[in-house]
Design a protein around this ligand. Structure first.
Ligand SMILES: Nc1ncnc2c1ncn2[C@@H]1O[C@H](COP(=O)(O)OP(=O)(O)OP(=O)(O)O)[C@@H](O)[C@H]1O
Ligand SMILES: [Mg+2]
Length: 361
């Protein structure tokens, strides 16, 4: 075996999300061949968490099918969009907004669970709850009494430290800054200063993903927020009924107006399976509304999450399903949706990387 042979074999393999071969992607950066060992280095568009193991297995299988038996070491270099022009959140690799046109569709539940699922996959995740009038992440994660701690950093600036909720999961919420009675009366300049605290003064450190739970709607607050934060993309949550779908269109239009990619739609409360009648499925809010609008708007459907009693209890009880081992069925659904999200994020990151290269040239 020589370097050229190996390059031929693995160059034909494809990135599972991007559908392009390693040679087309010019991703193979190093091939070193020793007597009983091959060392490879591959560039991968981030986040690589869900694909790197699959790719490694594909490489081992392809080489083994070609009769090459050796110890194979693969290093992946995660390629991310350039962050040097950012004014803040420079250390965050990927920032995703979770939005909804309509309130009460489960946006915070989905945002919190996606953040938890990403952290369980081993990513370092921040969850930023920017809902001034109804912050729910403190309740979702059992942090109702938590307050942001302010410290002075090495440059003499006052910064706030997010709350560590799990091994890889950090949370900051308007609810850690304001109490409920204060929140209802915050307006104008006060609001602006709270937002600047949330976006510019929180010391997240390095993060793989920041999940940003937006307040519901498509008004001035939402528009300001999505312009302020350097988003890699947005996820729109909806329930299936017609009345929610009109708001999904408005939400998509808002993101498109400010050039934020729509990563996909999550249809929540899609159906209900009574625990005592597991073979029954009730479409309480109508069937496939989110799926249909995803098709109409030409964006992916990331998942359909059932209306579920345990999911509600877990969300409102301070321990979202994706964070514990107690609800494997529900956690599985969230994980599948999160994997779809990663896939779409990688696709958009790849396109945007190419766009920025074109601009440089
Ligand atoms: N799939 C689900 N099954 C059962 N309950 C759910 C589901 N999704 C969300 N809920 C519950 O519905 C309620 C509303 O959810 P949530 O607070 O996430 O909505 P929201 O869209 O963020 O609302 P708001 O507009 O107030 O921000 C919560 O009690 C939550 O636990
Ligand atoms: Mg909410």
């Amino acid at each position: 075996m020589n370097v050229e042979q190996i390059k031929q074999i693995i160059g034909k393999l494809e990135d599972p999300h991007l559908g392009l071969s390693w040679s087309a992607l010019d991703a193979i950066k190093k091939i070193e061949v020793f007597d009983d060992k091959i060392i490879l280095s591959i560039d991968l568009v981030g986040p690589i968490v869900s694909v790197s193991n699959i790719i490694k297995e594909q490489i081992i299988e392809a080489l083994s099918n070609a009769g090459i038996k050796a110890n194979i070491e693969v290093t992946f270099n995660e390629i991310c969009l350039d962050r040097t022009n950012r004014q803040f959140l420079k250390e965050v690799k990927h920032i995703i907004a979770v939005a909804s046109g309509k309130g009460g569709v489960g946006k915070s539940a989905i945002a919190g669970n996606i953040a938890a699922a990403l952290s369980k996959m081993g990513l370092k995740v921040g969850l930023l709850d920017a809902d001034v009038y109804g912050p729910s992440q403190p309740t979702m994660f059992g942090l109702k009494e938590a307050k942001l701690e302010a410290i002075t950093d090495s440059h003499g600036n006052t910064v706030a430290i997010p709350i560590k909720r799990d091994e890889n999961l950090f949370i900051a919420s308007m609810g850690f800054v304001l109490n409920r009675n204060e929140a209802a009366i915050v307006r104008g300049p006060m609001l602006a200063s709270y937002f600047s605290l949330l976006f510019e003064q929180i010391e997240w450190g390095e993060l793989d993903v920041l999940v940003f739970d937006l307040p519901p709607g498509t008004g001035d607050i939402q528009l300001t927020l999505v312009q302020k934060v350097p988003l890699n993309g947005a996820v729109i949550v909806t329930t299936p009924q017609e009345i929610a779908l009109a708001d999904v269109r408005r939400s998509i239009a808002m993101f498109r107006k400010v050039n934020v990619d729509i990563l996909g739609i999550v249809e929540n409360m899609s159906y209900f399976v009574p625990p005592d009648m597991p073979d029954r499925k009730y479409y309480i809010f109508g069937k496939d509304g989110g799926k249909i609008i995803a098709y109409e708007e030409n964006v992916p459907l990331l998942g359909q999450i059932p209306l579920d009693i345990e999911m509600r209890e877990a969300n409102d009880g301070g321990e979202p399903v994706a964070l514990t081992d107690k609800y494997p069925v529900q956690a599985r659904t969230i994980k599948e949706t999160t994997l779809e999200l990663i896939k779409e994020l990688r696709k958009h990151n790849y396109e945007n990387l190419n766009k920025s290269i074109e601009i440089e040239m």
